[in-house]
Design a binder for this molecule. Sequence first.
Ligand SMILES: [Zn+2]
Length: 205
Amino acid sequence: MNFRFILFLSVLFVICSCTGPIKKEIPVLELNYPDNLHVVRRTEWGWKPLKRAMPEHEIRKITIHHGGVDYPKGKDPAEHIRQLQDWSRSAKGWIDIPYHFMIDTAGIIYEARPINYPGDTNTDYDPRGHALICLMGNYENATVNKDQLQSIIELTAYLVQRFNVPLYSIKGHKDYTETLCPGKNLYQYIENGTIQARVQDLLPK
Ligand SMILES: [Zn+2]
């Protein structure tokens, strides 16, 4: 081994130990909402970036959920979502919040898990291919107000167009498995076709 080669190896070693393993960027699909659809972006509520990824999916369905627990009166929704993110990662070991969108009691829509990754569930359906919308609160007990219903419809209409989802693939969690989710007071609007019909009204003719 000549001196030059040893020098070359030493330089290579220094470079490698300085840069460490090359970090791969985790891809996040960012959506461009129309001006008339207000969505609170992840960056606006203090989302912590993904630490790891999972296999991506293509959206083919839209599935509506509820939180399943009564929403604490007066609680800051952004705080609620931040806590849900921490719980999802630490207690459940999921990459993020199990849903792609959260809607609060005033009907404000928040981005949650990046939509290019399938959601997670405590039940036994396969969430791959589903865009998941969750209404905060328990709609076995609470009633859905006008603003919440309007937000579900407007967000769903956007997702239908963005991902070419057929109207018959707008469903509730309980259409896929044994659960009360999204609660009877919300499910009635899926079951009687109100949401699907009002989404259709918003689509370009
Ligand atoms: Zn659900």
